[in-house]
Design a protein around this ligand. Structure first.
Ligand SMILES: Nc1ncnc2c1ncn2[C@@H]1O[C@H](COP(=O)(O)OP(=O)(O)O)[C@@H](O)[C@H]1O
Ligand SMILES: CC(=O)OP(=O)(O)O
Ligand SMILES: [Mg+2]
Length: 380
């Protein structure tokens, strides 16, 4: 069996998992990095802590989650100095995420110089979207010069979840049309036809699309010009506001959906509105992606909110019976999931199955890393 260490470096946390084949030997999370009372002062310190606590004997490869791979990478890639330099160059397109990944790569390469390192990109799965789905209607030369286009993120999760959804329903992946809804801290929707991404809601950066914990999702760009001119806010301050102080946090003061739901139950109007904005945005993307796909065999909910919030699932898909989309109230409480936590939550015989499918980005990264290692070795 092949031993793989996976590092999933987020904006303020690092998740790690040590695999032996499909088996998990160790896993953990260092969170609230850089915050007062957090687990570590910075990402490098977090990574060193992880490396000290994990048994690194016999490691074949380290797989790193990298959010932004630009147009350079359409699959998992063995990391050398050039690859690391590209990831660094792409920092402006994923300022919350790529620096953390790079810090993981730097520490791991230093501590384990003899072990292969692989980058698994969130953007790679979306490289199959046709030009009409990734092109912003703006000055074409300007866009080309500065790499301005849709890239899309969470691809590792959308790939894994769409595959698992087809398996759960007994559908051949190459014939299935699936909408995947990754609702975590970051959130995005994806339309998958025959196992390939054909549309996704995140854009140039992990900022466009759905409402997130601290990110606004879709917003009229005029908001930025207006805040700059009318409110006199410098661009950095506007960026901070829209990426770290917006979304659920901006609307309620809480970025955690559990807290928002609790307050909504107690009749808090701000929390009620935030919940409605969050769910309506999902519904709008579901409608758009039904149109892109022509028909959907399934809609799959995943990640922290998608897997754990029957309220969000029910509200996001309410009133769609006319489109063959309905959530079974009893099943939606996830009364009988399989051993992977997966379950169909729509009534029997629905034209579009509604599913809950827990994501496993780390397992997908481990498998892609082993595949990239094999491909790299046979190329030599
Ligand atoms: N039972 C629950 N009900 C509603 N939301 C939940 C529940 N459990 C977790 N969440 C939400 O999931 C989100 C985190 O999702 P997760 O996928 O773990 O994030 P990430 O991996 O992007 O850091 C948080 O907003 C949290 O409130
Ligand atoms: C791309 C992205 O938003 O990632 P996360 O959900 O881990 O923040
Ligand atoms: Mg995540």
């Amino acid at each position: 069996m092949t031993r793989v260490l996976v590092l999933n470096s987020g904006s303020s946390s690092v998740k790690y998992r040590l695999f032996d084949g499909r088996r998990t030997l160790a896993r953990g999370l260092v969170e609230r990095i850089g915050e007062d009372g957090g687990d570590a002062a910075d990402h490098a310190a977090a990574l060193r802590r992880i490396m000290e606590s994990v048994d690194l004997d016999g490691l074949a490869v380290v797989g790193h989650r990298v959010v932004h791979g630009g147009t350079e990478f359409d699959s998992a890639t063995l990391i050398d100095d050039d690859v690391a330099a590209v990831i660094e160059r792409l920092i402006p397109l994923a300022p919350l995420h790529n620096p953390a990944a790079l810090s993981g790569i730097t520490v791991a390469r230093k501590l384990l110089p003899e072990v292969a390192q692989v980058a698994v990109f969130d953007t790679a799965f979306h490289r199959t979207i046709e030009p009409a789905g990734i092109t912003y209607a703006m000055d074409a030369a300007l866009a080309e010069r500065w790499g301005v286009r849709r890239y899309g993120m969470h691809g590792t999760s959308h790939a894994y979840v769409s595959r698992r959804t087809a398996a759960l329903l007994g559908l051949a992946p190459e014939a299935a049309n699936i909408i995947t809804l990754h609702l975590g801290n970051g959130a995005s929707a994806c339309a998958v036809r025959g196992g390939r991404s054909v549309a996704t809601s995140m854009g140039m950066a992990p900022q466009q699309g759905l409402v997130m914990g601290t990110r606004s999702g879709d917003i009229d760009p005029t908001v930025i010009f207006h805040l700059h001119r009318a409110a006199g806010m410098p661009v950095d301050e506007i960026e901070h506001s829209l990426t770290r102080a917006a979304g659920l946090l901006g609307l309620t003061g809480d970025n955690d959906m559990r807290a928002v739901q609790r307050r909504r139950q107690q009749g808090d109007p701000a929390a009620g509105l935030a919940f409605d904005v969050y769910c309506r945005r999902i519904k709008e993307y579901v409608g758009a992606y039904l149109a892109v796909l022509g028909r959907a065999d399934a809609i799959a909910f995943t990640a922290g909110v998608g897997e754990n919030s029957p309220e969000v699932r029910a509200a996001a898909l309410s009133g769609l019976d006319g489109l063959g989309i309905a959530v079974d109230r009893h099943r939606n409480e996830q009364i009988a999931p399989n051993e992977r936590g997966e379950q169909v939550v729509s009534p029997d015989g629905s034209p579009t199955a509604i599913c809950v499918v827990p994501t496993d980005e780390e397992l997908e990264i481990a498998q892609q890393s082993v595949a990239a290692l094999g491909a790299g070795q046979s190329a030599r």
